[in-house]
Design a protein around this ligand. Structure first.
Ligand SMILES: [Zn+2]
Length: 326
C-alpha cells in the first residue's frame, strides 16, 4: 500500500516537472519573439485589434464625417443638388456639363426651380425624370419642360386622373415630347456618370407612391439612391430582386414617412448619408420620428432641406463634399 502511494507520488512529481519545463519553455519562447521582433508583435497586436474591431463594428462602413465646402471642388465628377422646394422633391444632377432634373416640386416652387437652373447657366437638360404624378413632384417639372431643351423625359407607365397630370400631358404635346417608360435594369449615361432604374417592378400597386420610378445614380466613386415616394411594398420588391441598392447617399423616400425606409431596406442600401426633402411644419408630420430613429440606429448622417435649405453633394474621387443653404 505504502509502496504504491510512493510510486504515485513519484509519477505526479515527474508529470509536474515536465509540465513546468514545458511552461517555462513556452514562456521563454514568447518573450524571445517579443524582445527580438517588437515590430512583429506590434503588427500582430494591431491586426488582432483590427479583428476585434471588425467583430464589433461594421468595417465596411464609410466615413460619415460631413465635409462642407463653399464652392464646387475642381475635381468634381458628379454633383447632386437637392433643391429646397418645401414639401416636395426636386433634384438636379450634373456630370461633365450634362444635366438631369428629377421631379420639380409643387406649383408654388416652379419659378424657383426654373430660375435656379437658369442661374446655373443651364440651357438644356439631357434628362427630365418624373418619379410619379403627385403634384409635389410633377408640377414644377412642367415649367422646366417649357423653358429648357429636353433630351429625354423618363416617366412611370401609368396615368393619373388629376388636373396636374392633364397639364403635363398637354405640355408634352405642345413641346412634341414622347416620354420613355424605362424598365428595371435599364441604364443611361449622364456625362461621366450613369444611372440604373431600380423600381417600380410593376404598375398595379394600389398606392401610386409605390409606382415611383427610382434610380441608382453613380460615378466611379459614389452612388445615390433616389426613389421618389416608393414605400415598403416597392422596397420589398427591390430586395426580392436582389438588386444592387448600395448607395453613399440615400434620398429618404416619401419625405421621411414611416411607411418607407424599412430597417431591412436601409441595411441593403447601407448609406453614409440620408437627405430628406421636406417642408417645415408640413401637414403630414414628415419626417416621421420612426424613420428618423431607423436612420439614427444605423448611424446614417441626416441632412434636411427644411433645416439646411438647398443641399448639394459633390462627388470627387476622394470624398463627398457638401454645400448647404443655397
Ligand atoms: Zn411626395
Amino acid at each position: 500500500m505504502y509502496h504504491r502511494q510512493r510510486k504515485n507520488k513519484q509519477r505526479i512529481r515527474t508529470k509536474f516537472s515536465a509540465f513546468m519545463m514545458l511552461f517555462v519553455f513556452i514562456f521563454v519562447l514568447v518573450c524571445h519573439i517579443g524582445l527580438l521582433n517588437p515590430d512583429l508583435t506590434a503588427s500582430v497586436k494591431t491586426s488582432f485589434q483590427d479583428t476585434l474591431k471588425g467583430l464589433f463594428t461594421n468595417s465596411s462602413k464609410q466615413d460619415t464625417a460631413l465635409f462642407y465646402s463653399e464652392s464646387r471642388p475642381e475635381n468634381t465628377t458628379l454633383s447632386v443638388t437637392f433643391l429646397d422646394v418645401g414639401q416636395g422633391n426636386c433634384v438636379l444632377a450634373e456630370s461633365d456639363g450634362h444635366y438631369m432634373l428629377i421631379d420639380g416640386g409643387d406649383r408654388s416652387h416652379s419659378s424657383f426651380v426654373v430660375s435656379y437652373l437658369q442661374q446655373a447657366g443651364i440651357t438644356a437638360l439631357d434628362y427630365v425624370l418624373i418619379s410619379h404624378y403627385d403634384a409635389d413632384h410633377v408640377s414644377g417639372v412642367i415649367g422646366a419642360l417649357y423653358q429648357f431643351d429636353v433630351g429625354n423625359v423618363l416617366s412611370p407607365d401609368y396615368s393619373a386622373d388629376t388636373k396636374i397630370y392633364q397639364s403635363y400631358v398637354n405640355c408634352l404635346k405642345k413641346q412634341n415630347i414622347t416620354p420613355v417608360h424605362p424598365q428595371v435594369g435599364d441604364t443611361y449615361i449622364l456625362g461621366n456618370a450613369s444611372f440604373t432604374v431600380v423600381c417600380p417592378d410593376r404598375y398595379d400597386y394600389e398606392e401610386e407612391n409605390n409606382r415611383s420610378l427610382g434610380i441608382q445614380l453613380t460615378d466611379s466613386s459614389h452612388s445615390f439612391l433616389i426613389l421618389g415616394d416608393a414605400q415598403s411594398k416597392s422596397e420589398s420588391a427591390m430586395l426580392n430582386e436582389n438588386l444592387d441598392l448600395s448607395a453613399d447617399v440615400y434620398m429618404v423616400s416619401h419625405h421621411g414617412s414611416a411607411s418607407s425606409s424599412t430597417e431591412k431596406f436601409l441595411r441593403a442600401v447601407h448609406p453614409a448619408f440620408a437627405v430628406i426633402s421636406v417642408g417645415a411644419d408640413n401637414d403630414y408630420g414628415h419626417p416621421a420620428q420612426k424613420t428618423l430613429s431607423r436612420l439614427e440606429a444605423q448611424d446614417i448622417q441626416i441632412l434636411r432641406t427644411d433645416l439646411s435649405g438647398t443641399i448639394t453633394a459633390y462627388s470627387t474621387p476622394d470624398t463627398l463634399t457638401w454645400s448647404t443653404g443655397r
